[in-house]
Unconditional design. Structure first.
Length: 729
């Protein structure tokens, strides 16, 4: 027996599910490829028949039952073999607790927040094939009942497990077999897991950058972690905060790249292991690192805290340290780091203990220095902030990352003499060095691979760099971001190996140089490249952008830019959101672009007040988000009726665009909206054109695009206005 309904697209299916008089078992879903957000916030109590749905062609179930508080129906028989996105699928489905172990999830890439706040769920999942999953962020976030084995999962492609078990109050299962070699983010993974106490020392953490809050308030956890490779970790803030049982050696850890360890052992009541072997970077934030860690007795590491931070509440911290150690030991350790940062602390100690005054003297640095490591170089720079840089031989240094980050140094004389021939990274080197404006054009940077954020917010920097050999650089993300004065030629650079130019000239307000000859064939990411580069207006049409996947915000607020781009091959671009957002001058043809793979065009021309070019040839079939696309695009007049909108959601696409008078295009976009968004945009149209004109447009085009029902809304909500308009007519 055939079913009563056979929707052809997501919108048609959604309308049926919104009608609680329709039995879900009467719907044939064999044509449906999207079920995302279908029952989101649904108050439906009867899901009978849902188990019979044909889901064999569905590719996304994102947020399908999100916040469906009554949903608890068996759906294990579903064919989910083509689904790629299950993120938020049962998020806050507070009643759900049905078997899913039989599902074939082998194609799922995204499982973010899949069972977040699913407080009743506790079913076996060990049989799942998750070998293609890449994102498990917040997967069991506050899934308070869940405590099932997962050790057999193949997580070798997963990059993000941050907050995965955060708040999973019952979870305590072995995970030592997991291959975490691809994971970059472990922030808060076991935070607020009061039962978890499993050995995960075998985990491969070589790619992890974020471990912040990883074991925060994991009150039972006390397992070895000393084998972990932490050389790439940037953030360890709050990592063991409140982990009241933890007391394991960590002396093998490489913390040379950690930028913040704030509150790392705060309230870790049992921790007592020495960390004096750690080479903590100069720029690392260690505020409250050991506050209330009452068993920690390594005075050398505690003294290092004084050296690395100029805390506003240093007296309180000093009082805490003196409560554990005698003043002479603390004073002696502080004197090892004899620099401006420790002066306040030493003076405070001398005031309370006059006998210490003059007991230790720092040796003055003389002669030529040849540091062997970055740490030794940092110590030289900190020993005397006014010492000439020309007295340092840097020929052995390979890493200059963050060397002058947020530096207040005003005199950089001699830095031009530095030997940088062996340096491979200059990431963040002058980031936030607001006084830096020294000529370093003679540097040999031929081995440098990473220049990301190198001059980020170096506000005064404006020196020639065109002679640099950057042929080995792969990352230029944010390189001149915030360089308000920089405007030097870069056209001769060989950028053929660069993969990321993300935010490269963000807020580089003065930059306007010819870079049309750059070989950009290897670039993948141009997100925000000229964002707020208000002076830039140079030809770029010769660029090869065929490998770029992200152009979001590329010319956002690029006020002056108005150059041809029609020849660009954008066939691989996925994200064009905000691309010309507030690009006030831009008005160039783009109709020849192949946008068939673009998924996001939200706010693309929002505020692009001069843009008025045809776009009718665009294939927008894969675009999922068109929200506000032409909002405040004051000049745009082009028809869009050649577009085929099926599952797109062009919410508020013409918001605050009163001059856009193509009523057929407006009605077409209305038809694709959900009820609330449709009513909002209808009200906007009526404010501009009046109820009668809108009603006539709906009568003319509504049936063609499936928006005829809007006529009744206008008649019922604007009856008085329609009557008045008829009388005036």
């Amino acid at each position: 027996m055939g079913k009563l309904y056979k929707p052809g697209c997501w919108r048609e299916l959604w309308k049926l599910t919104e009608d609680e008089s329709v039995c879900l078992g009467d719907i044939d879903t064999s044509l449906i490829t999207r079920m995302d957000m279908l029952f989101r916030f649904s108050k439906r109590r009867n899901f009978d028949g849902l188990e019979t749905w044909n889901t064999s062609n569905v590719t996304t179930m994102k947020g399908m039952f999100c916040c469906a508080k009554y949903f608890n129906h068996p759906i294990e028989c579903w064919d989910v073999s083509k689904v790629r996105d299950m993120s938020h699928m049962f998020s806050e489905a507070s009643a759900f607790n049905q078997p899913l172990d039989g599902w074939d999830v082998s194609n799922v890439r995204n499982m973010e927040s899949m069972f977040a706040w699913a407080r009743c769920f506790n079913r076996p999942l060990e049989g799942w094939n998750v070998s293609n999953a890449e994102n498990m962020r917040c997967m069991f976030y506050y899934a308070k009942s869940f405590n099932r084995p997962l050790n057999s999962w193949n997580v070798s492609k997963v990059r993000d497990i941050s907050c995965m078990f955060c708040g999973a109050q019952s979870f305590d299962q072995p995970l030592d077999e997991w291959d975490t070699s691809s994971v970059t983010d472990m922030g808060m993974t076991f935070s607020m897991c009061p039962e978890f106490d499993q050995n995960i020392d075998s985990w491969d953490t070589s790619k992890v950058e974020d471990m912040s809050g990883m074991f925060t308030n994991a009150v039972r956890f006390n397992q070895p972690l000393n084998s972990w490779r932490t050389g790439g970790v940037r953030d360890m803030s709050g990592m063991f905060r409140g982990a009241s049982s933890f007391d394991q050696p960590l002396d093998n850890w490489d913390v040379s790249r950690v930028e913040t360890a704030e509150k790392m052992f705060n309230d870790a009541a049992s921790f007592s292991r020495p960390l004096d072997m750690w080479q903590i970077p100069r720029f690392c934030n260690v505020n409250d690192m050991f506050t209330d860690a009452l068993r920690f007795t390594d005075v050398k590491t505690l003294a290092l805290n004084f050296f690395l931070t100029n805390k506003k509440r240093y007296r309180e911290y000093l009082k805490e340290v003196l409560g554990r150690f005698d003043a002479a030991r603390v004073y002696a350790e502080l004197s090892r780091y004899d620099c401006k940062h420790t002066a306040e602390y030493r003076r405070e100690l001398e005031a309370a203990h006059p006998e210490l005054r003059g007991s230790v003297r720092a040796a003055a640095a003389t002669g030529k220095h040849r540091p062997r490591t970055k740490r030794e170089l940092i110590e030289l720079l900190d020993r005397d902030a006014k010492a000439p840089l020309g007295g340092i031989d840097t020929s052995l240094i390979t890493d200059m990352e963050g060397l002058f980050r947020k530096s207040k140094r005003k005199n950089f004389d001699g830095i031009e003499l530095w030997d940088t021939s062996n340096v491979v990274t200059m990431k963040n080197m002058f980031a936030g060095a607001k006084f830096f404006n020294h000529d370093i054009s003679g540097w040999n940077v031929s081995r440098v691979e990473n220049m990301s954020n190198m001059f980020h917010c170096a506000f005064h920097f404006n020196q020639p760099l065109d002679g640099w050999d950057v042929s080995n650089v792969a990352d230029m993300e944010g390189m001149f971001c915030g360089c308000r004065n920089f405007n030097r030629p870069l056209g001769s650079w060989n950028v053929s190996k660069v993969r990321s130019m993300r935010f490269m000239f963000l807020w580089a307000c003065s930059f306007n140089q010819d870079i049309s000859s750059w070989d950009t064939s290897g670039v993948k990411d141009m997100c925000g490249m000229f964002d707020a580069a208000k002076s830039f207006n140079r030809p770029l049409e010769a660029w090869n952008v065929s490998g770029v996947t992200d152009m979001s915000r590329m010319f956002h607020q690029a006020d002056a830019f108005n150059q041809p781009l029609a020849s660009w091959d954008v066939s691989n671009v996925r994200d064009m959101s905000d691309m010309f957002h507030y690009a006030l001058s831009f008005n160039q043809p783009l109709n020849s672009w192949n946008v068939s793979n673009v998924e996001n065009m939200a706010l693309m021309f929002d505020g692009a007040e001069r843009f008025n070019q045809p776009l009718g040839r665009w294939d927008v079939s894969k675009v999922m988000d068109m929200d506000y696309m032409f909002c405040e695009a004051a000049s745009f007049r082009q028809p869009l009726t050649a577009w085929r909108l099926r599952d797109q959601s062009p919410r508020h696409i013409f918001l605050r665009s009163p001059r856009y008078r193509d009523m057929e295009s407006r009605v077409m976009c209305l038809a694709a909206l959900d009820r609330n968004s449709r009513e909002y945009d209808l009200q906007e149209m009526i404010k501009i054109f009046g109820a009668r004109a809108v009603c006539e447009a709906l009568l003319q085009y509504g049936a063609k695009y499936g928006a005829a029902e809007c006529v009744e809304y206008v008649k019922s909500h604007y009856a008085d206005e329609l009557k008045a308009q008829r009388l005036r007519a």
